[in-house]
Each structure stands twice: as structure tokens, then as C-alpha cells.
Design a protein around this ligand. Structure first.
Ligand code: SF4
Ligand code: SF4
Ligand code: SF4
Length: 357
């Protein structure tokens, strides 16, 4: 798999940045109108001046609901900008998630809105994004973004027993088998949860998607295409790094309990193995255990605890069947037994998913 250096990634985003660095102040009335038009939630409006450039705000206020290259040129001209730059403006603003495409023919764009913008721009210009806010502010933006996307799903789950998403936890082997069965190339992107939540030290380029239609990371030009074998190798690497695998038919999420919106959603909902739905549970063979403690470090659900006799105690009720512990137990003392959980009813079809890429 081609590795991208940090400097390479930096260069890649530098060329996209010019419109993002223009941060001249604009009037409060314009900010208010922009916030309404761009669906910026009230509780993050204090951050708008550091999230959006003046040109983005002025464009959003002047643009019609939908616009092609011609309308964009006219809007830019009305703002004193060069109308000849319309196509390039659309390309860049689409790429960083400020605009969405409306049609597959790529003739019409619209304002993407805050939720989409925050799902794209901070992921790709992560250093720039992080440089504009204090650690407390970054946590605040992330916290509010998570709750805005998950809380309505949590309410629905509690009131109607509907699963917030279709995601299911797979072991490494199940994931590799699924990739083989699927047999298609995949797209590797940076994880938006980890990009927003902070630097936990785990790899960030870990989100695998099979979607490449308009408004996906792949279509915006950010993803790396992987063959079936490269996809499997990537998943093995993520597993070694302590990242579990959650699938929903179009995405393989490789994450842990730190910042993943699925894991945080599980904690908030208290759904344990019922959502994201697990298919296995860990089993422990005390006789075989050599007390190395690796499982204590690998498990992110605090299932294991060291005991004075140099073994471990196991609280399998906390297990969500990811298999990270059993993969690496050097004594073969851990196995993944098949388990059947009632789960929650599948969600109704909904185009706005927790993870749309
Ligand atoms: S689905 Fe998983 S890997 Fe993808 S962005 Fe969310 S936490 Fe990250
Ligand atoms: S990894 Fe295996 S051998 Fe090591 S403590 Fe855990 S169960 Fe025992
Ligand atoms: S006990 Fe093993 S399978 Fe269960 S959650 Fe922990 S690491 Fe995953």
C-alpha cells in the first residue's frame, strides 16, 4: 500500500487552502444570516469566524439555492471576484465540503451546510483546523457535533427500539471474509471522528468505504483506492494497532472506544452488544492463561482485570465481540464463541446517517 508522508499530506491540502485563509471580519448581521442559511447550530456560532472564510460567507449569502458555473460566476462578479474563477471555486469548495453536488452530471451545486462541512474540512486540513482553536474549544465543537448527530437517534432508539444505524461488530476473520465476498476495490479515508476528537496516537487514515458517488470522500477527491488484497492488509494492520472493525454494508470502520461516534453512541445508549450488533463473545480458558496481561491492554471495554494469582478475571457481560484480545493471546486462552443477541430493530432507510461517507 502506498504510504503518504505527513509532508505529502500537508502539500496536498496546501493547494486547497487559499480561500480558507482569508479571514477578514464581517458584520454581525451577515454572520447571523449566514448561520441561518448554512444551518450552523446556535451553540457553535461563536466559532464561525474561525471556521469560515469571508468569501465563503459572502458567497453563501449571495448564492441562489442551486447554482451552476454560470450563476457562480455571476455571484463572484457581484462580490468583486473574478468570474472566470467560478469552475475552480466550485471544485475547491466542493472538495472541502462547503458545497455539495446536486446531480450526478455535476452541473449543479448547493450549500452543503454545517454538518457536512464539519464532516469534511477538519478531516483534511486537520492541522489547520486544530491550529485555530484551543484544546477546550476543539473538545466543545466535537462534543456538540456528536450530540447533534446522535441524540435524535438515541431518542428514537429508546422510544421505538430502532437501531441508530445498521452497524455490526465483526471479528478480524469475519471482516477479511466479508472483504473477499464483496470483491470490490475500496476507498481508504481519514477517520472523521478521530480528526474532530483529537490526537489519540492511533492511526487516523482508517475509514474504509465502498461508496464513491457524489458527496462522498472518494468523489470529493480525498480517498485512496485499495484493491481487495490491499484492503485486507489495511484491516490486518489496523487490528494490530488495536482498532476493532464495525461494518454496515458500505463502510468498514476501524476504531476503538476513544472517540468513535459509534462507540460513544453505544456508551450513551447503554446498548452493549445489541448495538452495534455483536455476533461473538469472548471465552476464557483459565488453565491455558500464562498471565501476560496482553488482553488487559488490548481490550478497550475493560473486560479483563489482573488477579493476584497472575491470571485474569473476565467480565464477559461487557464484551462486544471484537476479537482484539483473542487475536493476540499468546497462549490460546481466549476464543470467540458465537453469540446471538436480540439487537435493536434495523433503522428505517435514512439518507442522513451518522457516517455518510
Ligand atoms: S466510522 Fe469509524 S473509522 Fe470511520 S470515521 Fe467513524 S470512527 Fe472513524
Ligand atoms: S492474553 Fe491470554 S495469556 Fe495473556 S493474560 Fe490474557 S488470557 Fe492470559
Ligand atoms: S473482551 Fe475481547 S472481544 Fe470482548 S470487547 Fe474486549 S477485546 Fe473485544
Amino acid at each position: 500500500m502506498r504510504r503518504e508522508t505527513r509532508a505529502g499530506a500537508r502539500e496536498r491540502v496546501d493547494e486547497e487552502r487559499d480561500v480558507m485563509t482569508e479571514l477578514r471580519p464581517i458584520g454581525q448581521g451577515d454572520w447571523d444570516r449566514f448561520a441561518e442559511r448554512y444551518s450552523v447550530p446556535e451553540n457553535v456560532r461563536q466559532y464561525m469566524a474561525r471556521l469560515f472564510s469571508t468569501l465563503q460567507v459572502r458567497f453563501a449569502l449571495a448564492a441562489p439555492d442551486r447554482f451552476g458555473v454560470g450563476e457562480t460566476g455571476r455571484v463572484l462578479a457581484s462580490l468583486g471576484e473574478d468570474p472566470a474563477g467560478a469552475a475552480e471555486f466550485l471544485r475547491k469548495q466542493y472538495k472541502i465540503g462547503f458545497l455539495d453536488l446536486v446531480d450526478e452530471a455535476q452541473t449543479s451545486w448547493e450549500l452543503a451546510g454545517y454538518a457536512t462541512f464539519l464532516d469534511v474540512w477538519p478531516v483534511w486540513e486537520n492541522e489547520e483546523y486544530r491550529s485555530r482553536f484551543t484544546p477546550e474549544e476543539l473538545r466543545d465543537i466535537d462534543w456538540k457535533y456528536f450530540h447533534a448527530s446522535f441524540d435524535p437517534r438515541e431518542r428514537q432508539a429508546r422510544e421505538q427500539g430502532v437501531a441508530p444505524t445498521e452497524d455490526e461488530v465483526y471479528t478480524l476473520q469475519e471482516t477479511l471474509d466479508w472483504i473477499d465476498r464483496n470483491g470490490r476495490p475500496a476507498y481508504l479515508s481519514f477517520c472523521d471522528c478521530r480528526s474532530l476528537a483529537g490526537d489519540c496516537g492511533k492511526p487516523r487514515e482508517t475509514c474504509i468505504s465502498y461508496r464513491d458517488g457524489i458527496n462522498t470522500y472518494a468523489h470529493r477527491g480525498w480517498s485512496r483506492r485499495l484493491s481487495v488484497e490491499q484492503t485486507k492488509e489495511a484491516v490486518r494492520k489496523f487490528d494490530r494497532a488495536g482498532l476493532m472493525h464495525t461494518l454496515n454494508g458500505t463502510t468498514i470502520c476501524n476504531c476503538c472506544g476513544d472517540c468513535c461516534y459509534l462507540s460513544r453512541g453505544r456508551e450513551q445508549l447503554g446498548s452493549g452488544p445489541n448495538w452495534p450488533l455483536a455476533h461473538h463473545v469472548v471465552e476464557y480458558d483459565r488453565e491455558r492463561c500464562v498471565g501476560c496481561g496482553l488482553c488487559v491492554r488490548r481490550c478497550w471495554r475493560d473486560v479483563f482485570e489482573r488477579t493476584p494469582d497472575r491470571k485474569v478475571s473476565v467480565d464477559a457481560t461487557r464484551c462486544v465481540g471484537c476479537g482484539l484480545c483473542a487475536n493476540t493471546c499468546p497462549a490460546g486462552a481466549l476464543t470467540m464463541a458465537e453469540a446471538s443477541y436480540p439487537g435493536l430493530r434495523p433503522e428505517e432507510p435514512d439518507p442522513s446517517r451518522v457516517h455518510s461517507h
